[in-house]
Write a protein that binds this ligand. Sequence first.
Ligand SMILES: NC(=O)C1=CN([C@@H]2O[C@H](COP(=O)(O)OP(=O)(O)OC[C@H]3O[C@@H](n4cnc5c(N)ncnc54)[C@H](O)[C@@H]3O)[C@@H](O)[C@H]2O)[C@H](O)CC1
Ligand SMILES: [K+]
Length: 523
Amino acid sequence: MLLLTGREMAEFDQKAINEYGIPGIVLMENAALKTFYRIKEILGEVAGKKIIILVGKGNNGGDGLALARHLANAGAKIRVFLLFKDQFKGDALINFHILKKMSEKIYEGVTENLNLLKISLIDADMVVDAIYGTGFRGALPPEIREVVEIVNQAEAIKLAVDIPSGVDSSTGRVEGTAFLADYTVTFGLPKLGQILYPGRSYCGKVLVEDISFPEKLKKEFPVKRWLLDKKVIKKFLKPLAPDTHKGRQGFGLVVGGSMDYSGAPFLAAKGSLAVGAGGVYLAIPENLFGVLAGKAPEIILRGLPAADGQISSKGFLEVEKILPKVKAVVIGPGMGALAESKEAYLNFLENCPLPVVVDADGLNNLIGNLEFLQKRNAATVLTPHLGEMARLLGTSIEEIKEKREEIGKKFAVDYNVYLVLKSETTAVFNPEGEIWYYPGGHPILAKAGSGDILAGLIMGFLAQGYGTGEAVLLGVYLHGKAGELAQKENSPRSFFISEIFSYINEAFGKLDEYGKKTFHLEK
Ligand SMILES: NC(=O)C1=CN([C@@H]2O[C@H](COP(=O)(O)OP(=O)(O)OC[C@H]3O[C@@H](n4cnc5c(N)ncnc54)[C@H](O)[C@@H]3O)[C@@H](O)[C@H]2O)[C@H](O)CC1
Ligand SMILES: [K+]
């Protein structure tokens, strides 16, 4: 699904109005109706329910006024608080006049009605935030902030119209505070500010409602940013051929490990098997062989010549002998800061003719050597978290968060790589500058080993012959989905990341992967 900033949404609205001739008041009425239906769904019954509607001065307020009309007609006991005086215009003003004539309980002005608002909140069933929407940026004015802080304390169910007031719909930034919604009913398309923190934490459950924007407009709108969702993934995931075999499934290779870290490459290797690779080689410094031997019979262990507990230059040359047996590579997990063999690593990376996922120390050893990426002739996927990206670029995490898209897009295009910028909302950039966001980050995944597994998942799909973009998006989605499923049954604190594999299996099940279309043998 297309994912827009608030500013892009305003352009989108205008195109719908000016190029398709859909009057703004129609969009506003649809928005109000769709919100009304959701309120009925949430509250069960609307008649007799006490609903407070906070109305701003723009079209977000207009939505609130039109909504108030539907709620009143359905028998709700509404109290409409206009937070600004005599500032309505256009479609909002039309809805204001209509509501006025219905002589509903409308209270104009913030300060004069603050006490009444406090009293109304005591037994309200719901508070609707129609103060600011996509037109908002910066900080709430003090008098509005005071109202929002009072309302945030209330017991009532809180529902934001389009975006919680105080959240910047383009960046997710919140200066001071914002309306703390249980639900956000958003119109037409999801907004970037709803999936980036801290904005994401103020939205509650985001419900995207169609208000009759033409599908054609969505297709031709010049924004290449999407929300990575189940629809995208189900298109990519191919059923297994009934006569498949391990060779056809494709073997993967993980290169990594050092005296300090033996678990990371092991988890990556398991990750590739968890998504269907036919088999996997795990190439580690020979001194780790004993440590890992027998840990997982499915994994084919290869000990490499080592120096000081790391893969030596000779070791990287040995890796090349394995390449003809495999279809894709992960390099880096637990590899350590290479000393003598750094040059050999970079040459291996430059010349490896297979798709490579570069993770962890594979990235750290690239610092100051990014030009090696441009020399590669096969697909490259980098999977840094924000810290690794900051180190790669010699900048700060704050800077990257601030300019995430600009930095990510430029990097992916300049170095011709797929960039998976991991954080609580992972962003995927492809070499064409297209972007996908997956808001799947859960505290349960924020542990050592989680990234190693993701690298393995992506490589596992590459080994099966998926396109690079498909493999990356499948890996990111399944990794996040598994975290979401694990979160439902486990405390994030005490969860062992190696238990994630059973949830990856379950995540596949959610994609109808279990024994339906996939395995023809049952016919
Ligand atoms: N355009 C359409 O056809 C549709 C719009 N919908 C709804 O409209 C809002 C967007 O409305 P807009 O009038 O552009 O702005 P807001 O109502 O979000 O904000 C009102 C007003 O507030 C001012 N403002 C912005 N930031 C601040 C600040 N920090 N402090 C004080 N004042 C601020 C600014 O001047 C804004 O104009 C959209 O969210 C939808 O809810 C329809 O729903 C769909 C069709
Ligand atoms: K709002």
